[in-house]
Every structure is written in structure tokens, then in C-alpha cells.
Design a protein around this ligand. Structure first.
Ligand code: FAD
Ligand code: MLT
Ligand code: ZN
Length: 462
């Protein structure tokens, strides 16, 4: 249906590329959650910062809701446009703008893919250490807006650690150039960090200046088979003490089942209940000796029942596929995702309680556990039984997520470790944030987006 607001937008920003074809609306209106029916007003594809500003000035004046959009790999519904919003996609603003060797800073447009940043860093003999399976499709803007974590947080931290500067277009079209790559800057509030985990509700990230790290060391990957959940954190501590830990991830037999059904090679002849994929800095013979001795220690303690240590990049990639392929292998089931965190020290008690809770509440569901256990971050995915209608499934899962949120509250945890609150976890925000905190968050939003047009209904209700 023709909407006069589209011609008004085109008149206000004549050079802007605008898509209104139903196929495009369906394509750009969803993220990986696939839970909402896409219904955007139109898709705006700005070519530069000036166009983003012009779109935001227009949207502010017209009171049109805008959904900032990156690679739409988000898992919390943050980039969903299901209520006639204008999707503002950064897809065309995807270039590397420059590198400074003295500062070790890389400046990119926000629509650059994470993988583009990895490649640019490598070209300069350095690394950008935030990494996860969506690297080819997710964008730096989306990574900053969700404070993306991934598989190397245990060693390098979240996206937040690597953001040295952000250019942000506010809800009124103002361009803020935040921190400008400075290492030290105590000149008041660090507004750059407001952009991190803002989920498109405070501004459109148009450019980022990213810190790069020393090149990654030579590493080896280990796959371990564990008899129980109880020993997981003991293995983590033992390996962290003995080896240079670069990653420490876990998954269950159900996760392995789905990845293998999706084409991965089964690693062992026998099935075990739990697995760890870990990566370690390891060079030469001394590295090999340290790896073997740490592995033997875990076996002697009865914590590990079997294991594989990678020899070469191909085998390392095969082992990683068992962990990194989980999300894709579960996608056809449109799983209900929980992405929770507690302090690492609280993990054993939280795990025991959560396991008992889920066994009691989800006996009929296929529940798949995996995640970044070394960061205290668990992904608990519930798959819909074939015979169950989708609305019933969601109601059932939300009931259990409420119980999970209450458990997290007791353990001082968070209902979203790294995926964001978006639409999916909005009802549970108060399990993690106090009313006073949420009031401050609303105040910050009002300052940057006085008309409330930036991603309304995400994170909290307008
Ligand atoms: P989108 O999905 O497009 O958007 C996400 C949010 O950011 C939305 O609220 C959107 O409005 C906002 N946004 C996007 N771009 C901008 C911008 N330029 N300015 C302002 N706001 C913006 N996440 C992890 O943290 N760790 C993982 O290990 C991980 N693994 C994944 C594996 C797979 C296979 C998949 C599909 C997803 C995974 N994710 C993971 C989730 C997802 O990839 C991340 O949340 C990622 O940061 C989203 O980036 P995006 O560009 O796709 O953002
Ligand atoms: C992961 O760790 O694989 C991601 O966060 C994606 C997911 O939770 O499915
Ligand atoms: Zn994750």
C-alpha cells in the first residue's frame, strides 16, 4: 500500500536509496529469531553519514520509528521491524576507512562485517580478537550495539574493550564523535560506552575506531569428553592455571547430536554427556609437553574421559566446527534461546540449581546446553516438540524463563549475557536491572532520542 511518508522521505533525502518491494520488506524486517512477522514501512540504505543524519532529522520531525539494522544475525529481536518502522540498514556503509600503526587503531564504517575487520587487522600484522560464528554476516555496528561476546572473551574481553571511538547519530540527527581513539580521556562521562549495548535505542552507530591486539599466538585446540557437569569448572580452573587459555567452550551430547546430524564428523566412537572445546597458546615441544601434562592431570582426576588434541589447522577447524556449528544446526527448530550469565565463581551452584529446575520443568523438551562457560555464560536452547503448536511452545518457554530469571536474580546474574534484551528478553529486564537503573536508562534515552523514535519497544516499552 502506498504511504505518503515514503515520498516525503525521498523528497527530504533525494539521493537516499529506499526499498519498498515486499520481498525486501520481508528480508530486512527480521533477524535470526524468526519469531515476528516482518512489517516495515520501508528500507533506507544510506551511503554516508550525511544521509544517516538527514534520515534521522526527517524521522524526528515526522515522528517515524527507525530500526537501526546491521547483519540481522541478532538473537534477541533487536533488529526486527514488525510495526511499520523505517529500517535504516548500514549495509552500504561497509568500508575500512583507515589504520594508524602508531595507535594500532582501525577505523571502519559501522556496516563493515566482523570478518572484514579480522582481515584488515591481519593485513597489518595484528588481530581484532572479538570472534564468533556469525563473523561473515554480523557488522561492527551490530557488535557494538549488542556488546557482542563470542569465543575469545575469556582471554580478550567483550566488544566494549576494543572500542576506542564511536561516531553516533542521535535521534535528532546530531553527529557525536565520541572519544576519538584516545587512550586516556577523563573529561567527564564516557558517552562512547553508552553506544555499547544500546541496541539501537540511543543512536545510529555510523563509524567505529577499534583497538587491535598483538597477533594471535600459535595455538592448539583440545576437545575433551567429560562425565558430568560437576567437573566442568574444575577442568576450567586446572587448564587456566597450567596453560595459556585462549578459549574455553562447552556443549552437551544433545548439541553434538544436532551438529553431527547437520554434517559434522563425530569426534569419538563413544558418546559422552559433556564436551569442552578449548584453545591454548602452545609453541614447539615445550608447548606439547605442557598440553599433554595438563590433559593427563584432568584424566587422572577423573574429570576427563577422552580427548583429542589438534595437529594442524584443518583438525583445529574440525574441532571448532563441533562448537561453532551448533546455532546453525538448531536454527531449523526455531529454538527458544536463553542466554544467561552469572559470575564464574557462582557457576557451579547456578548450574546445579538450573539443571534441576529444567529437568523438572522441561521433561518433554529437547534442551540443548552450550556456551562460554569460562565467562559464566550459558546458552540454554529449548527445541519445540514437533507435535506442539508454536504459540503453546512460546507460552511454555516463557513460563520457564520466568523461573530462570528468578534463579538468576538469586545468584546475581543477567538474563542476557551477550545477545541483548531486544524483544525476546524485555519482560525479564527487571530480573537483572533495578527500577532505579531502568529509570536512569530511560532518562539517557530521552536525552539522546527525545521523540522516542529509535527502536521503540526494544529493551523496554516506550
Ligand atoms: P543486528 O542483528 O542487525 O542488530 C542487533 C542490534 O543492534 C539491534 O538492536 C539493532 O537495532 C542494533 N544495531 C545494528 N546495527 C546498528 C548500528 N549501526 N547502530 C545502532 N544500532 C545498531 N553474539 C554474541 O555475542 N556471541 C556469539 O558467540 C554469537 N554467536 C552467534 C552465532 C551465530 C551463528 C549467530 C547467527 C549469531 C550469533 N551471535 C552471537 C548474535 C549476533 O551475531 C550478535 O548479536 C551480533 O553482534 C549482531 O550483529 P548484527 O550486525 O547482525 O546486528
Ligand atoms: C554462540 O555462542 O554460539 C552464540 O551466542 C549463538 C547462540 O547462542 O546460538
Ligand atoms: Zn554465545
Amino acid at each position: 500500500m502506498y504511504d505518503a511518508r515514503i515520498s516525503s522521505l525521498q523528497a527530504a533525502v533525494p539521493a537516499l536509496q529506499v526499498l519498498t518491494d515486499p520481498t525486501d520488506l520481508a528480508h530486512y524486517g527480521v533477524d535470526w529469531t524468526r519469531r515476528w512477522t516482518p512489517a516495515p514501512l520501508a528500507i533506507a540504505l544510506p551511503a554516508d553519514v550525511a544521509q544517516v543524519q538527514a534520515v534521522m532529522r526527517w524521522a524526528h520531525a515526522q515522528g517515524v520509528a527507525v530500526v537501526p539494522s546491521g547483519g540481522r544475525t541478532g538473537l534477541s529481536g533487536g533488529a526486527v521491524a514488525a510495526n511499520g518502522e523505517l529500517v535504516l540498514s548500514l549495509q552500504r556503509m561497509n568500508k575500512v576507512l583507515g589504520f594508524d600503526a602508531v595507535d594500532r587503531l582501525l577505523t571502519v564504517q559501522a556496516g563493515a562485517a566482523l570478518e572484514t575487520v579480522h582481515e584488515a587487522a591481519r593485513t597489518h600484522g595484528l588481530q581484532y580478537p572479538v570472534d564468533f560464528a556469525a563473523r561473515g554476516s554480523c557488522t561492527i555496528g551490530g557488535n557494538i550495539a549488542t556488546n557482542a561476546g563470542g569465543i575469545r572473551v575469556v582471554r580478550y574481553g567483550n566488544t566494549r574493550e576494543w572500542v576506542a571511538g564511536v561516531k553516533l547519530v542521535t535521534g535528532t540527527g546530531e553527529l557525536l564523535d565520541l572519544n576519538r581513539g584516545l587512550v586516556k580521556n577523563s573529561s567527564g562521562y564516557d558517552l562512547r560506552h553508552l553506544a555499547v549495548a544500546s541496541e539501537g535505542t540511543l543512536g545510529v552507530i555510523v563509524e567505529a575506531t577499534l583497538r587491535l591486539a598483538e597477533p594471535a599466538p600459535a595455538t592448539r585446540v583440545m576437545l575433551l569428553a567429560l562425565p558430568s557437569f560437576d567437573v566442568l569448572m574444575q577442568v576450567f580452573q586446572a587448564l587456566r592455571e597450567r596453560l595459556g587459555l585462549e578459549a574455553f567452550e562447552f556443549f552437551t551430547d544433545r548439541a553434538l547430536h544436532h551438529v553431527v546430524a547437520h554434517g559434522a564428523q563425530p569426534p569419538f566412537d563413544t558418546a559422552y554427556p559433556f564436551y569442552v572445546v578449548a584453545e591454548f597458546a602452545s609453541e614447539g615441544e615445550a608447548g606439547e609437553v605442557a598440553l599433554l601434562s595438563a590433559f593427563e592431570h584432568c584424566v587422572e582426576q577423573g574429570w576427563v574421559e577422552d580427548g583429542v588434541i589438534s595437529h594442524g589447522d584443518t583438525q583445529a577447524a574440525q574441532l571448532w566446527r563441533l562448537r561453532e556449528g551448533i546455532t546453525e544446526s538448531l536454527a531449523p527448530y526455531v529454538p527458544y534461546k536463553n542466554d544467561v550469565s552469572v559470575r564464574v565463581s557462582a557457576m557451579p551452584a547456578f548450574l546445579a540449581e538450573t539443571q534441576a529446575l529444567l529437568a523438572a520443568e522441561y521433561p518433554q523438551f529437547d534442551v540443548v546446553w552450550f556456551g562460554h562457560i569460562g565467562d559464566g555464560n550459558l546458552h540454554i536452547n529449548v527445541l519445540k516438540p514437533e507435535a506442539m503448536a508454536n504459540p503453546d511452545f512460546v507460552i511454555e518457554c516463557e513460563r520457564v524463563t520466568k523461573l530462570l530469571a528468578a534463579t538468576l536474580e538469586r545468584h546475581g546474574g543477567s538474563i542476557s549475557a551477550e545477545h541483548g534484551i531486544g524483544l525476546v528478553k524485555k519482560p525479564y529486564l527487571r530480573s537483572t536491572r533495578s527500577d532505579a537503573e531502568i529509570a536512569v536508562m530511560r532518562g539517557i534515552k530521552a536525552a539522546l532520542d527525545p521523540a522516542g523514535i529509535l527502536n521503540p519497544g526494544k529493551l523496554f516499552d516506550p
